[in-house]
Ligand binder design. Sequence first.
Ligand code: PEP
Ligand code: MG
Length: 613
Amino acid sequence: MTGPKSEILFHGCGVASGITLGTAVKLDSHQRVELKTSLVPDQLESEVNRFRAAVEASRRQMAELKVSLEEKVGKEHAFVIDAHILMLEDRSLLAEIEGIIRSECANSEWAVRKAAATIQQAYQSLEDEYFRERASDIEYVVERILINLAGSEPFDWDHLAGDLVIVAHDFSPSSFAAVDLERIRGLALESGGRSSHSAIIARSLCLPSVMQIPDFVHFVSTGDAILVNGDEGEVVVNPREERVAECRARIEESGMRALPGPGGAALPAATRDGATVSLRANTELPHEVRVATACGAEGIGLFRSEFLFFAHSTGFPSSEDQYLTYRMLVEAMAPHPVAIRTLDTGAEQIWTGSDLSGCANPSMGLRGIRLSLRTRDLFRAQVEAILRAAQFGSVEMIFPMVSTVEEIWRAKEVVREVGRSLSARDGAAVDVSIGAMIEVPAAVLMLESIAREVDVLCVGTNDLTQYLMAVDRDNPEVANLFQPLHPSIVQCLQRIAEVSNTLGRPARICGEISANPLVAVLLVGMGFRQLSMNPRSMAIIRKTVSSIRVDAAERLAERILRLSTTQEIVECMVAEVSRILPLDLGQYVREITNPVLGDGSATGFTPGRRVHA
Ligand code: PEP
Ligand code: MG
């Protein structure tokens, strides 16, 4: 008899606040649910036959693959496939898997994964590198069998009861489109980070989430009870009853987060000495426009249009579909402006398998405006949709990942061409402001030239941090270097504020830092007067802005610009802001120090602690 499973506590980085309780749904590296279903004895023979058919199909496919590989690269390289075919013919392995199906009354997928995990562990523990490599051969064979078991059937979410929490190594933004969002209550991931796109969506969907939990997924099975505390960066698998009760009380107490804000009317933020700061909303999903208005946003400062593409079944919403969405946003926000950013994704995220998608280093590859300029028809379709929507209100068209002035010239040429043909077709005059994301270091250095070509500068501090610090924003291994307040970034921000003022081009901060009260004070002190953020952060930023004076914020900015480490900068901010705001600043400090300062000294947070309670 098995007793209750023991509680395990994991620590990671809380990226979306709130607490949630649910049932774990474990996804594999291909985002398929790893689920053990219990079969009744009558079903076992047909399940074994289903498994055998999948093995046979895999063997046939491998044999075909071998022939084609021989033709392309020669017999001497094709022999590696023999090893895979041999595994598929290994009677003892097949018998073991069938044994698991029968003895545990389990589905084939579960049995395959269980048998493979045991063998892989055995290989990985060996000294010999050759044998350790064999673990990846097994992975490949397992993958092939699982594909054949899955056929083309989409996963039926009704297999799982109650509220669900996604547990996975990674979970890309496009994966949100593949799950039943009505049922998902939280995320617990090994990868990702505060500024990863999955974290951004989790926050906009109010899904309490913890990411960067090292060595975690292995300890969880689909069906385990799981608690996610996005405020503390904690995940508890199989929580004890007392902990569950305490957690339920906290969920109830927080009233499941009523929307803060003025409930409809746009509300500018004003400093104590009367300077106004326009607070706008970053949105990813069209329905968030309601949240934006409820929180008093003075417009949408950044609509990440790629999420329309991720959510679309083919990856390519038509120009008409896009137009309808953009028009809805524009009408809902009127008279305030909506900044629609053109597709900002890498080719690999929407075209799996195309010629454009194979790239070892996607964040430096064909993405953002580079991709749009390469796929002109798609770009024209999007530009047309934006220009048509602009007839219903105030719109800014923002080009992402600009690294040269020529890119802006070429993109504007497309806007002019499409505008001309729209006018000829509908007789409509089209008026749209043009903006550029400033998020690549080259754009900061070339800012005067870029600013002369556009109406507005949108500062993407998430990517600016990534590219300036040369640190992948999604890679937990280098998360300690993802320092959005590193002095180098602070210097860039100061330069952007100065150029913006000199040339009279508004500059809007759109990265995650604008939702942080500590940073908001610095930004106001540098001269920024537009901040765009997750709408749910607007209340705290409005309060922050209304508690400060511009002259004091300017003095803070001057002091900070002389400092040479992130730690000094954060300490200086905390000293200033804690005097004016009666707030627990710990969470905001963690967000920008993320989570260990450069020399490895912990800031009260140790990533990867795991406690068996
Ligand atoms: C940024 O890079 O800061 C930004 C606002 O855009 P995204 O997070 O979508 O890359
Ligand atoms: Mg960006």
